[in-house]
Write a protein that binds this ligand. Structure first.
Ligand SMILES: [Zn+2]
Ligand SMILES: [Zn+2]
Length: 258
C-alpha cells in the first residue's frame, strides 16, 4: 500500500498535479492520472482479453512514458485497480446483490424496510416522511451501496458493501452529509410539499445518526421512519428523530393537536 501511494505521488509530481481539495479531489486526481497514464486498450478493457489489464498499462508506461521498468509494475497494478473500481462502480456492483441478501437479509440496511415490498407499513399508511408510496417500485428498489464511497477510496470488497433502498441511497448522496444550504432551502416547507430528494436526505441522515434502530423501543427489526421532535417546528435534521413504525404512531400532520 505504501509503495502504491508512493508510485501515485510520484506520478502526480510528474504531472505537476496541484494538491487536492479533500478526499473527493484525491480520487478524482487518481482517476485522472489513471486515464492519463493508460493506453486506450486498458481503459475500454475487455475482460475476455488474455493479457491482464495492468500489463497493458505497464507496457504503455515503459514504452510510451519511458517510465523505469523496475518501478512501473507497482504503478501499473495500482492504475489497473483504479480502473477496475471505476468500472465496477459504474456497473452498480449488481453482481453482489444476491450475496448481500443472503448475508444481511432482504432489508435496507439503513431504514430496515423490506426491499421491493409494498407491504412495508410506511407504504400502506402513506407516510409523508418516507414517501415510498409516491413511487414504490422505484423507491423500494434494492441498491448496492459502498459504505465508504469509492470516491473516498472505498473498495468493492464485500465488507464495504451493503444494500440500501433507493430512497436511502439517494438520500445518502455522495455520503458527505446534508448541507446547511439544503436545509435552509427547505426548512420552512410543509413535509408534503418538500421535494422527495430532500425528504430522502432527511430519512437517510436522521436514521443513520440515531444508530439505525428505534430510539424508543430499541428494536432493530422493524422498519424505521422519521418524525419531527416539535410538530410545527422546521424541517431540519435537528428537529427530526427516528422511530420504528410502531413507536412513530400516526404521521405528524394527523397527530397535530391544538
Ligand atoms: Zn432505506
Ligand atoms: Zn420502536
Amino acid at each position: 500500500m505504501f509503495y502504491e501511494e508512493a508510485a501515485y505521488n510520484r506520478a502526480s509530481e510528474l504531472l505537476r498535479a496541484s494538491e487536492d481539495s479533500g478526499q473527493r479531489g484525491r480520487f478524482e486526481m487518481r482517476l485522472r492520472l489513471a486515464l492519463h497514464l493508460s493506453p486506450k486498450t486498458a481503459i475500454s478493457y475487455d475482460r475476455r482479453n488474455a493479457t491482464p489489464r495492468w500489463r497493458l498499462i505497464y507496457a504503455h508506461l515503459v514504452d510510451g512514458f519511458a517510465y523505469p521498468a523496475e518501478s512501473s509494475e507497482v504503478l501499473a497494478r495500482a492504475i489497473a485497480r483504479t480502473l477496475d473500481n471505476w468500472d465496477e462502480k459504474r456497473e452498480g456492483v449488481t453482481a453482489h446483490k444476491n450475496f448481500l441478501i443472503q448475508r444481511d437479509g432482504n432489508r435496507c440496511q439503513n431504514c430496515l424496510a423490506v426491499l421491493g415490498s409494498t407491504d412495508n407499513v410506511t407504504v400502506v399508511t402513506k407516510d409523508p416522511f418516507k414517501p415510498y408510496y409516491l413511487a414504490p417500485e422505484e423507491l423500494l428498489r434494492a441498491e448496492v451501496d459502498h459504505m465508504e464511497a469509492v470516491s473516498t477510496f472505498g473498495t468493492n470488497d464485500r465488507s464495504n458493501l451493503q444494500l440500501l433502498c433507493r430512497l436511502c441511497n439517494s438520500g445518502k448522496g455522495d455520503g458527505l452529509g446534508l448541507s446547511v444550504r439544503q436545509e435552509a432551502q427547505f426548512a420552512g416547507f410543509e413535509i408534503g410539499s418538500s421535494p422527495i430528494s430532500y425528504r430522502s436526505a432527511l430519512v437517510y441522515w436522521v436514521i443513520e445518526r440515531d444508530g439505525r434502530k428505534c430510539p424508543l423501543c430499541g428494536l432493530t427489526d422493524r422498519e424505521l421512519t422519521i418524525r419531527p421532535v416539535i410538530d410545527n417546528g422546521s424541517l431540519v435534521r435537528s428537529n427530526m428523530r427516528s422511530a420504528c413504525v410502531v413507536c412513530a404512531g400516526p404521521t405528524a400532520s394527523a397527530a397535530v393537536t391544538v
